[in-house]
Design a binder for this molecule. Structure first.
Ligand code: SF4
Ligand code: SF4
Length: 448
């Protein structure tokens, strides 16, 4: 009697099971933390015909899930046709959006085309979200998008970029999103990539995880009873006491972080056809080929830029990560995050285990911006890592925060001198981040 094979052999071979596809770089917002510096379309974006050919290639390679992103995916002329084609090819089409242009009519069109889930980016309560997104009204637009898609019968989810501007909003934000009917919430940390690389004062310091990860775990535990799955993003790690809770899809699960899947089961496509192992990887270092010149299969099979996670070992790690007991499983966490800090993967200070280990010794790691990013999509600067005692004063890091010409949030005035702008920035960040922030020192295990 023949038996049904439960896991096909193909499933165990590297293949782009989960693909994130930037349909266009065109965007209707100008977010201060946007990794791709979205706004205008790229010069040579894939046409609808080329995109439909990409759908066929994805299906042939065994892709199961495609997340459409931008810019704003709905600004691509063939957006709904592409959703329909994915669905017809047996691929689950999903989408991540800021939601500004999601009307009831578009939501019904998306539902009819077969979209299976849409995640709306909500980066804090109204003040923080509008500040980060660089436009007043952006928060209300995101909430409206969640409502109209819910009404259209689309399963809705939310995702949040966590940083020093919005970290105090986590709990009330979850309560609000739960009320709106989300099925899932992903929380990832803002990485200094693209426009966020221009704002180093915005990003979390590694030791902030000592306070933040237990808060996210507590929210996740509570969310189970409401039928909501809270998941940490791939760059929010790793191996702290709450690891199983944080990484498991179901209550009581025992999952754990299994290493970066870029180029193994994950693939990213940029809107001009450039292919990377993960959509967030730096364009300058990780593009393995372009779909206008080569087939997807050829790029996947032959480019070393996609294959770097398939063959690496602990010997490729460095710094603290190379000495870590979880190194052979973890492989230093998220590759694009480590690269955004130090210009290569293999050492990642955004790690709960690492921050707790150092905290128990009365130490912490602080990132200090060293070189600026070039100003291109998915670019990054460079950071130095300072090991210091807890409680050290944190010096100001440079960089502007507000896109002043588009968003006049504050009435308080500061002189237009570098010193005045520095004070303004410090004022804004303090104001937004202070409300319900717990002192990291109170929660640090070194002081327990
Ligand atoms: S220290 Fe590095 S290798 Fe160890 S768990 Fe953290 S990120 Fe992973
Ligand atoms: S680079 Fe980070 S986000 Fe991309 S696949 Fe690897 S772990 Fe995931």
């Amino acid at each position: 009697m023949s038996q049904t094979r439960r896991i096909s052999l193909r499933e165990n071979q590297p293949h782009p099971r989960y693909t994130v596809w930037e349909l266009t770089l065109r965007c209707d917002q100008f977010c201060t933390h946007c990794g791709s510096r979205a706004g205008d379309a790229r010069d040579t974006e894939l046409s609808l015909d080329e995109a439909l050919d990409v759908v066929d290639q994805l299906a042939a390679m065994g892709t199961k899930d495609v997340v459409l992103i931008g810019g704003e995916a709905y600004l691509h002329e063939g957006f709904l046709d592409i959703v329909r084609a994915l669905k017809a090819a047996g691929i689950r089409p999903m989408m991540t959006t800021g939601g500004v242009g999601v009307t009831p009519q578009l939501a019904r069109g998306m539902a009819d085309a077969g979209i299976v889930q849409v995640s709306v980016s909500v980066d804090g309560l109204e003040t923080a979200h509008d500040l980060i997104r660089g436009s007043k009204g952006s928060f209300q637009a995101a909430i409206r998008a969640l409502k109209v898609m819910h009404e259209a019968g689309i399963p809705i989810a939310a995702n949040t970029n966590l940083n020093r501007v919005n970290r105090s909003d986590l709990e009330p934000l979850f309560a609000l999103l739960a009320e709106l009917g989300i099925a899932a919430w992903q929380v990832q940390i803002t990485v200094p990539l693209g426009r966020a690389a221009d704002r180093p004062q915005m990003i979390l310091q590694p030791y902030d995880l000592v306070e933040l990860v237990p808060r996210i775990a507590a929210i996740k535990e509570a969310a189970f009873s409401q039928g909501i799955t809270v998941m940490p993003g791939n760059n929010l790690g790793y191996f702290g006491p709450e690891e199983a809770l944080l990484r498991s899809l179901y209550e009581g699960g025992s999952d754990h972080w299994g290493g970066c899947m870029a180029g193994r089961y994950v693939m990213g496509i940029e809107s001009d056809g450039a292919v990377k192992g993960c959509p967030s990887l730096q364009t300058s270092s990780y593009v393995g080929g372009n779909l206008k010149q080569s087939s997807m299969q050829e790029i996947w099979d032959t480019s070393p830029k996609l294959a770097f996670t398939r063959t690496r070992t602990v010997d490729d790690l460095w710094g603290f990560c190379q000495t870590c007991p979880f190194a052979s499983t973890c492989m230093a966490g998220c590759s694009f995050t480590a690269h955004a800090l130090f210009g290569r993967p293999g050492n990642n200070p955004y790690c709960h285990f690492r921050a707790r280990t150092l905290a128990k010794q009365g130490k912490r790691e602080r990132l200090v911006a060293r070189t600026e990013a070039s100003g291109l999509p998915f670019d990054c600067g460079d950071f130095a890592l300072v090991l210091e005692d807890w409680g050290h004063d944190e010096p100001f890091q440079g960089g502007h925060f507000l896109p002043e010409e588009r968003f006049d949030l504050e009435e308080k005035t500061f002189p237009e001198t570098p010193e005045g702008q520095k004070k303004k920035l410090a004022y804004l960040v303090r104001k937004l981040a202070s409300t319900k922030k717990q002192s990291a020192c109170q929660t640090c295990p070194a002081h327990s």
